[in-house]
Design a protein around this ligand. Structure first.
Ligand SMILES: C[S@@+](CC[C@H](N)C(=O)[O-])C[C@H]1O[C@@H](n2cnc3c(N)ncnc32)[C@H](O)[C@@H]1O
Length: 245
């Protein structure tokens, strides 16, 4: 049987398989599940979205997901969201020191900024997101969570960040595959001795060599495997220290 992710009250099978309609009816009996769907493509495009087909239960694509004291409303088809990263979000929350200024470069529906706000003593958390639908949910989610120290911008980080007259103690870059394209920009916006968390997908045998090629001589503090991504492939977070700017 294929695995499924649960986002709020929607269970999503990771791939189509024989007998999935019958299995969907069984999954529907699990507590709090109202809709069972299957994803028909992998996350793709600039917005990293994917199509889903509803198999059983309520015909809805909007739900509210809870983790680590935060709750976010989203449409699972028009916005990226992964419940598998909750431990990773908490790991970073625990690294954030009192009064840090934190930037989340690709903030989606706001889950990273909101989890950080609820689980750290950060002074301010700034998020930038290019998908207008995800950004709209993120603004609504700020209100839902009553967080006061998060500021969100809609647009391309390449346009928004050069206009912000500030630098950050910590920058989080949750855009695996392409985050390294934005590394020069992150280095421009980080304070001396600040930390950059860069995400990537790598094969086991390419860790750390392929990562070291991408990080342009910055100092690696830690490489964390934070989930598998297909056979022998991992989502990794590289924690980088920038000691000169
Ligand atoms: C993998 S998703 C992560 C979203 C969110 N951090 C989360 O984990 O739920 C990457 C996000 O980056 C956004 N994005 C891609 N390119 C961008 C850019 N140049 N500027 C701002 N946001 C961008 C996408 O729309 C998408 O929502």
């Amino acid at each position: 049987m294929t695995s499924f992710d649960t986002i709020g009250s929607i269970a999503i099978f990771s791939e189509e398989f024989k007998g999935m309609k019958k299995k969907a009816e069984e999954v529907l009996k699990i507590r709090n599940i109202e809709t069972v769907a299957v994803k028909t493509k992998v996350h793709s495009g600039v917005f990293r979205t994917r199509k889903i087909n509803i198999l059983a239960g309520k015909r809805k694509k909007e739900t509210t997901h809870k983790e680590s004291g935060a709750e976010v409303k989203l449409n699972v088809e028009t916005c990226y969201f992964s419940p598998r990263l909750s431990n990773e979000r908490l790991r970073i929350s625990e690294l954030i020191k009192k009064d840090e200024n934190v930037l989340v470069m690709f903030s989606g529906v706001g889950i990273y900024p909101i989890v950080f706000s609820k689980n750290s003593k950060a002074k301010e958390i700034v998020g930038v997101e290019i998908n207008p639908k995800a950004h709209k949910y993120a603004l609504e989610n700020l209100g839902l969570n009553k967080v006061k120290n998060v500021k969100l911008y809609k647009g391309n980080v390449n346009d928004i960040l050069p206009k912000l007259r500030k630098k950050f103690d910590r920058i989080v870059m949750p855009l695996p595959k392409d985050a390294d394209e934005f590394l020069d920009l992150a280095v421009k916006k980080i304070k001396k001795n600040g930390i950059i968390h860069l995400y990537d997908f790598e094969k086991e045998e390419d860790i750390p060599d392929k990562i070291l090629e991408k990080i342009k001589g910055l100092k690696v503090v830690k490489i964390v495997k934070c989930g598998s991504f297909g056979p022998g492939k991992f989502r990794v977070c590289v924690d980088l220290k920038v000691d000169k700017v």
